[in-house]
Design a protein around this ligand. Structure first.
Ligand SMILES: Nc1ncnc2c1ncn2[C@@H]1O[C@H](COP(=O)(O)OP(=O)(O)OP(=O)(O)O)[C@@H](O)[C@H]1O
Ligand SMILES: O=P(O)(O)OC[C@H]1O[C@](O)(CO)[C@@H](O)[C@@H]1O
Ligand SMILES: [Mg+2]
Length: 826
């Protein structure tokens, strides 16, 4: 099937009179409010009568005041709040047919036949059953004279669109559920905080994370936190671990310095162990765990982090609890050990930018899916596949999700992991690869010398961005693990030219994953007329492959070296760029490293700025964001912050547009709205600058609202990298190394496909030749000619009550189609 979407534009009021209800069910999750807001506003935009059903299925069963019509302002000022303003519940009544019968009655009597359910695997399973039974429920209501024949006929079709709102990420068919990213934020914040106290006391910490029977949170948290070990339900260990433990401890103490390094090099994740349900650790897990912890302490590491998913089990199905792991560590290693159970903290707090945007996008798509449903259309789940909005058949997703539970009950853990989906499997695989105790066969000869042993170099070009350090760390450790020599080129091209090039060791990058900035140093300087000196350094240091991590300048620098290959044969080495800039303005990728952190920084600051006006009578904030000529940050922060407008260079605006927006703001203020948020990209327009817009709003708002201006500046670049940036940096660097080695083995690199940029393109990772990217680049403004996120701008306008035409995103897809090309899954 051609998975390309055909553009479809939807006008205001195009589905007048339809009844639509939204509810949240199961454990709450951050981002549910954004989804509810989007459903309500999109529904109203299309002309529907929109209802809230409060307290999940319980409200549907109980009816009464629980089902209430919503209006535009019922969802004002909620996008930044955790939880769900319409309440959620676990409802025993709905599990029984009797309860579902009452629910059907309450819907029919209000003319609701379109349902948006936001919940986890249980809620969607319930929705699927409800839809299957709908016809028989109506028959029973008719038989009991609860509804009329007319009602039976008029409401005979129930349409359901589901959105997965759960921190657990345990529903098949979706890469990310609403709330998972925020829960990861909470977990990573907690682990980062624990690290400093663990370091001070040389302690081992065992962190128990949520996720019920799913190990997703545990695995990704381990990848992003450098945890040493993870226990997940999906991968239990087997039973004979105690004997093997002692054997291995012996072996480890006899290991030579080199073998030790190689072994430790395998532990690229600073989480020492992760225990998850889907992939129980092998029988000898105790042995392996203790060996690893001991080795790390011997090498000077002052702390260990072990992550245990709450549902972790061993291969016999017995629970592996934090207490059990503590006992093992204390009895075998006598390490000072503490347990931290994160609990409901993980479900709390403000939603991350990603979850807010996901909620906005999926909410609008769910409404569209319902409006377009015919009697034959299957119920669907709207979700993100990579960066692509998709609609998947609900029934098939439920079937798959149940199959995971069955596979785990059958102790068929390989199948369980496979059924969890591509993203889960890829994360687990990466984690395992990074924490392997032994190098792969073939990497070393019998004497312990590396059998290949290439010399590879890594450097930055451009401004610092969060995630750069995680990428370097992953690259360094993967290289050492393979038996390669890895060189760090300091301070960009200037360091390259002057020979500031240093061999990097395993411990040089310890703790880097959690740190913002760029420890290697970075400069914007391009090779320019110093290519001769660079070529000489490549020769001097025998560099066989080069990784450049940076922004638009990194792409340009790579291109310059590539284009000078005929003049300098030294540049005929494989060269790869990882896009890394907060601006997200590099061609060949939907996302660059660091952009997610910056987006979260801006979103949080906007929340705080808005809060500062509490108690003040109506106020409008005009906020300037970075990004060069690229409007990504302004647009996405606008969507995440529920902004009224976002002015960017890519979408021209005139004084008339500004005027209209000011009047629009004034009318919203008259209608009861208290605060306005206007974002402006730093280079949106030379003349209509931030000061101008601020003055315009100040002048025109006189008597109605006041205005304030904030230029966010460099605080956008800083902070601690988000889980997304840490994870993406780690995975991309591992992929780049693999690509470099493959290309070195091909022989002399003189073709375009030996100088590439690794990007995230729609649903997958993709290496694109730098040469091919030239035609996609606007070099004058330093932005890609096509930018995927431009399609989100109409949604931003609609959610802010402006007139706009909605461009539909979603495409129908089967779960199988989502599984294709698992090699390059994000
Ligand atoms: N098999 C089912 N049949 C009918 N209703 C169900 C079924 N499973 C779950 N539900 C309904 O959905 C509600 C929520 O389910 P559950 O408690 O499993 O949470 P969830 O939606 O999986 O969310 P989370 O796992 O994030 O907490 C249940 O309380 C029940 O009302
Ligand atoms: O909030 P409750 O009812 O204590 O349930 C906790 C469960 O809910 C979740 O937070 C979400 O499903 C799980 O991770 C956890 O097992
Ligand atoms: Mg669940």
């Amino acid at each position: 099937m051609d998975l390309l979407t055909t553009q479809k534009f939807i006008e205001r009021g195009s589905h007048k009179g339809k009844g639509l209800a939204v509810f949240t069910s199961g454990g709450d999750s951050q981002g549910m409010n954004a989804a509810v807001r989007s459903v309500v506003r999109m529904g109203i935009y299309l002309g529907c009568k929109v209802y809230f059903i409060r307290e999940g299925y319980q409200g549907m069963v109980d009816g009464g005041d629980n089902i209430e019509e919503a209006n535009w302002s019922s969802v004002s000022s909620i996008i930044h709040k955790g939880g769900t303003i319409i309440g959620s519940a676990r409802c025993m009544d709905f599990i029984k047919r009797e309860g579902r019968l009452k629910a059907a009655f309450n819907l029919v009597t209000r003319g609701i036949t379109n349902l948006v359910v936001i919940g986890g695997d249980g809620s969607l399973t319930g929705a699927n059953l409800f839809r299957q039974e709908w016809s028989s429920l109506l028959d029973e209501l008719l038989e009991n004279n609860k509804i009329t024949k007319d009602q039976r006929e008029k409401y005979k079709y129930l349409h359901i669109a589901g959105m997965v709102g759960s921190i657990d990420n345990d529903f098949c068919g979706t890469d990310m559920t609403i709330g998972t990213d925020s829960a990861l934020h909470r977990i990573i914040e907690a682990i980062d905080a624990i690290v400093s106290t663990a370091y001070s006391h040389q302690r081992t910490f065992i962190m128990e994370v949520m996720g019920r029977h799913c190990g997703y949170l545990a695995v990704v948290a381990a990848l992003a936190s450098e945890a040493d070990y993870v226990f997940i339900p999906e991968a239990p260990p087997s039973v004979d671990w105690k004997d093997k433990l002692c054997d291995k401890l012996e072996q480890a103490s006899n290991a030579s310095e080199f073998v030790y390094l190689a072994l430790v090099a395998a532990l690229a994740s600073e989480a020492d162990q992760v225990f998850i349900p889907e992939d129980p650790v092998p029988n000898n897990w105790v042995e392996k765990l203790c060996k690893r912890l001991q080795q790390e302490r011997k090498s000077g590491q002052r702390l260990n982090i072990i992550i245990v998913a709450e549902g972790a089990i061993d291969r016999e199905g017995k629970p592996i609890t934090a207490e059990l792991v503590k006992k093992v560590v204390v009895e075998n290693l006598q390490q000072d050990t503490r347990i931290t159970v994160l609990g409901h903290v993980q479900r709390g707090g403000s939603p991350s930018a990603f979850d807010r945007i996901l909620g906005c996008r999926m909410g609008a798509e769910a409404v569209m899916a319902l409006m377009e449903a015919t009697p034959e259309t299957e119920s669907c789940v709207v979700s993100l596949d990579g960066n692509q909005a998709v609609r998947l058949p609900l029934m098939e997703c439920v079937r798959r999700t149940k199959a995971v539970s069955q596979a785990m009950a059958d102790k068929n853990f390989d199948l369980a992991v496979q059924l969890r989906g591509r993203s889960f499997a890829r994360n687990l695989e990466t984690y395992k690869m990074l924490t392997r105790l032994k190098p792969p066969k073939g990497a070393f000869d019998e004497s312990g010398k590396p059998s290949e042993g290439y010399t590879l170099a890594v450097m930055h070009v451009g401004a610092p961005a969060c995630g750069m350090n995680a990428a370097v760390r992953s690259f360094v450790r993967n290289c050492i693990y393979r038996g390669d020599t890895v060189l760090g080129i300091h301070d960009g091209m200037e360091g390259f030219i002057s020979g500031n090039i240093v061999k990097m060791d395993w411990s040089d990058v310890t703790g880097w994953v959690a740190q913002g900035g760029a420890f290697l140093g970075t400069k914007r300087t391009l090779p320019g007329d110093k290519k001769g000196e660079i070529a000489a350094r490549i020769k001097q240091f025998n560099i066989q492959g080069l990784l450049i991590i940076g922004g638009f300048e990194a792409y340009q620098a790579g291109l310059e070296l590539y284009e000078s290959r005929s003049q300098f044969p030294e540049f005929c080495i494989p060269l790869v760029v990882i896009p890394s800039t907060i601006s997200n303005n590099v061609p060949g990728t939907d996302f660059s490293l660091g952009a997610d952190t910056a987006l979260n920084e801006i979103t949080e600051i906007c929340d705080r700025i808005r809060q500062s006006a509490q108690g003040t009578k109506r106020r409008v904030f005009v906020i300037e964001t970075m990004g060069g000529y690229c409007g990504y940050l302004a647009t996405l922060a606008g969507l995440a912050g529920g902004a009224d407008a976002a002015y960017i260079y890519e979408e021209k605006f005139s004084i008339k547009d500004l005027q209209q927006d000011v009047y629009h703001m004034a009318s919203k203020m008259t209608g009861g709205i208290q605060r306005g948020l206007i974002l402006r990209n730093e280079k949106a327009n030379d003349n209509y600058n931030t000061e101008f817009i601020y003055r315009l709003y100040s002048e025109e708002g006189k008597g109605l609202f006041t205005a304030r201006m904030n230029v966010l500046g460099h605080m956008q670049q800083g902070g601690s990298p988000t889980p997304f940036d840490r994870n993406m940096g780690t995975k991309m660097a591992a992929k780049c190394l693999h690509w470099l080695v493959e290309n070195i083995q091909k022989g002399s690199a003189n073709t375009p496909d030996s100088a590439c940029l690794l990007g995230v393109v729609k649903r997958q990772y993709k290496f694109t030749p730098l040469e091919d990217l030239k035609s996609q680049t606007n070099f004058a403004q330093r932005v890609p000619k096509q930018q995927w996120w431009m399609k989100l701008r109409p949604l931003l306008r609609i959610l802010a009550k402006h007139d706009s035409t909605y461009e539909e995103e979603g495409m129908y897809m089967t779960v199988e189609q989502g599984e294709i090309d698992s090699e390059n899954v994000i």
